[in-house]
Design a protein around this ligand. Structure first.
Ligand SMILES: Cc1ncc(COP(=O)(O)O)c(C=O)c1O
Length: 370
């Protein structure tokens, strides 16, 4: 028998596999349920924007061709949407792909990276795969402690500081001045990688304009996703905004044509949705408020969120609460899964669904309180 642990790079035998958790059919079988609603993965529960499904379907006519033209058209339209130039856009099959590409481009075994504890788990995982040492900086009252992160970066001469803004799982948003001071405090040779997977939920005037940091030659990389607000998680589409010179380097790491033609066409249609996207943003903000006020009525404490999920503090065991709701066909994420016991994270869906969730959550909490 081949002992693969001796052949793979050393870091791999020390890491746990990425746990996806139970499948929907596992949950259905366990509780004998017909229908299960997923409020645990921050997926889009509002459906596609107008014209998106049609654009993806039409593009399938070209499936025998490498997506050369649609790739460059995508970069042009994204650049216009993001307020930058096409040469600074690096398309990819999801933000996750870019996290891996950036880790490969920047990290050698023994390098240090700084991550907030708690944030999206894949920054640490994919950095550790490249042999990096992970410096975890605790949150300060559930906000990213940017001063402490910059200090950790200086003390360890870190190559990367991973930032998630709005942060998953807390929903916290970084302010413009705070961000500026943070960048000024980073050591030379350290890259701030800002994952903006949830930024499209924010109105334009609340966003930090990091595309301008890139334009101004700061050591900043911006990551964006089409999986969340635009709802294309199954097509896998995202992009980075980077300096042109870095875009060339990333082109050496990433496979050419790594995004499929249907995904690119769907992404372009999302960006053309204009007023429908604005209306959707308002609809989601209203549904998030319905969720938060329903949670308060149920006796739990929601944190402010700018994204399509809400983190809430509960006075019962979070895993028991998630199990109790799963038995009723509602999947939510217990905070214990990501190091925040005593909290649950719930994806925002249409308001009627939010009323059902908070009603049932209130009942399960009451039963658990006894
Ligand atoms: C912060 C964050 N970044 C990235 C991703 C994954 O994005 P993508 O689907 O574009 O790979 C997620 C998914 O939940 C996320 O929460």
């Amino acid at each position: 028998m081949t002992d693969w642990s001796k052949i793979v790079v050393p870091a791999l035998s020390e890491l746990d596999p990425f746990a996806l958790g139970e499948t929907i059919s596992d949950v259905q079988a366990r509780y004998g349920l017909e229908e299960v609603v997923k409020l645990n993965w921050n997926e889009n529960l509002f459906g596609p924007l107008p014209g998106v499904v049609e654009a993806a379907r039409d593009e399938l006519e070209n499936l025998s061709l490498y997506p050369e033209l649609v790739n460059s058209a995508f970069s042009e339209e994204v650049a216009q949407y993001a307020g930058t130039v096409p040469g600074r856009i690096v398309p990819a099959h999801g933000t996750l792909a870019l996290i891996g590409v950036l880790a490969s481009a920047f990290l050698r075994p023994g390098d240090h990276v700084v991550v907030p504890a708690r944030t999206y788990g894949l920054y640490a995982q994919l950095s550790a795969v490249r042999g990096a040492t992970i410096e975890r900086v605790p949150l300060s009252e559930l906000a990213l402690d940017l001063d402490a992160m910059a200090s950790a970066a200086r003390e360890t001469s870190a190559k990367i500081v991973w930032i998630c803004d709005p942060n998953n799982p807390t929903g916290w948003v970084i302010g413009g001045e705070e961000w500026e001071s943070f960048l000024d405090a980073l050591p030379v040779g350290c890259v701030a990688i800002a994952d903006e997977a949830y930024v499209d939920y924010l109105p334009a005037d609340r966003r930090v304009r990091r595309e301008l940091d890139v334009e101004n030659g700061r050591s900043v990389v911006v990551l964006r996703s089409f999986s969340k607000f635009f709802g294309l998680a199954g097509l896998r589409l995202g992009y980075a905004i980077v300096d042109e010179a870095l875009a060339s380097y990333l082109g050496l790491v990433e496979e050419p044509f790594n995004v499929n033609c249907a995904g690119l066409a769907a992404g372009r249609a999302c960006l053309r949705a204009g007023d429908a996207a604005e209306a959707r943003r308002a609809e989601i903000a209203e549904a998030r408020e319905t969720l938060s006020s329903g949670l308060r009525e149920a006796g739990v404490e929601p944190l402010p969120s700018a994204a399509n999920f809400v983190l809430a503090r509960v006075d019962v065991d979070d895993t028991n609460l998630a199990d109790g709701l799963a038995a009723r066909g509602l999947l939510i994420r217990p905070g214990s899964d990501f190091g925040l016991p005593g909290y649950v994270r719930i994806t925002v869906g249409p308001s009627p669904l939010m009323r059902r969730v908070t009603g049932e959550l209130g009942e399960v909490c009451a039963a658990l309180r006894g």
